[in-house]
Write a protein that binds this ligand. Sequence first.
Ligand code: NAD
Ligand code: ZN
Ligand code: ZN
Length: 347
Amino acid sequence: MKALVYHGPGERAWDAVPDPVIVDATDVIVRIDSSTICGTDLHILKGDVAAVTDGRVLGHEAVGTVTAVGAAVTGFAEGDRVLVPAITRCGRCAYCQRGMPSHCQTVGGIGWIFGHLIDGTQAEAVRVPYADTSLYKVPESVTDEQAIFLADSLPTGYEVGVLAGRVRPGHTVAVVGAGAVGLSAILTTGLWGASRVIAVDTNKFRLDKAREFGATDAVEAGDSAVADVKAMTDGLGVDVAIEAVGYPETLRTAAALVRPGGTVANVGVHGVPVELPMHELWIQNVTLTMGLVDTVSIPTLLTMVASGKIPSEKMGTHRFTFDRIGEAYDVFADAAANSALKVVITP
Ligand SMILES: NC(=O)c1ccc[n+]([C@@H]2O[C@H](COP(=O)([O-])OP(=O)(O)OC[C@H]3O[C@@H](n4cnc5c(N)ncnc54)[C@H](O)[C@@H]3O)[C@@H](O)[C@H]2O)c1
Ligand SMILES: [Zn+2]
Ligand SMILES: [Zn+2]
């Protein structure tokens, strides 16, 4: 088969590689019908993720069709249309049992294994370990292009942003960074009754998208952003500030926006240490949350997509066939110049 293979920092190629085969009885093989690229793949290509080594097939998001089933798999059969999420779970370890498969100890010490510790989903097919406890059947009424964004960005914005930030009815929420993840948070704050959702971004296209996704206000990031957002509240700041960029300054912005007793929910992946004004924050009774997504909200989100409550298909702005995956990467890597959010890659 063909697959997008990492060959060290800055190097990737659409290579011929061996077809995946069943290794463990709990595996299935999935033919990829739809895949996409995550910001994390760009981090990997920069060489930021040391665990990813030369020869690894990238990608951790897919919708596909089961083509082979291991002897121990009971929940899936050949022909099933499935969502392959970013997180794999054994279902048995202590972390899986407490609903935190992001730290499944059985699959490699961390639930994110596709395109990281094992070959991933930017390929014609993928081997899926622990299929029974990891895969989701896609309801007939949900299209591939709606389901694909539930593999990672939507659950991330929802779980690590909205749920961790404890958004509640009447809250004012600021979302710093309106990329796929920030927009996913914006798209799902309404589920918890936020009354005002303020998007903060440097990119005008993203701010326009944020309004389309349900933000009530859009603020251009810059020197006056904190004052602008605070002026939209009673002066004290927002109840929940969600950070969805991953830079020291954007986390500091989120911390500056939150009111006493509020929550800063950090979603961004940070590459360097961040200094926060703890000497000012401690007396504000601020909660700071962070974490790797568990993707355990997928069943809820699938239901909401199926019922039309979450228009997840809005996330896809560009489409490419597999043989043009290099172009897909180029467009996604320069998303601002290309007015891109998520790219959809199909056979
Ligand atoms: N915690 C997790 O489990 C998890 C999972 C997936 C992704 N992430 C992380 O979430 C973050 C967002 O992911 P994404 O795919 O939406 O990325 P993205 O690059 O598409 O979006 C980032 C957005 O931030 C904006 N931005 C850049 N600089 C800014 C600034 N100074 N102020 C305000 N906005 C600014 C950009 O214009 C863009 O719209 C990344 O750090 C990603 O690695 C975390
Ligand atoms: Zn991802
Ligand atoms: Zn586990």
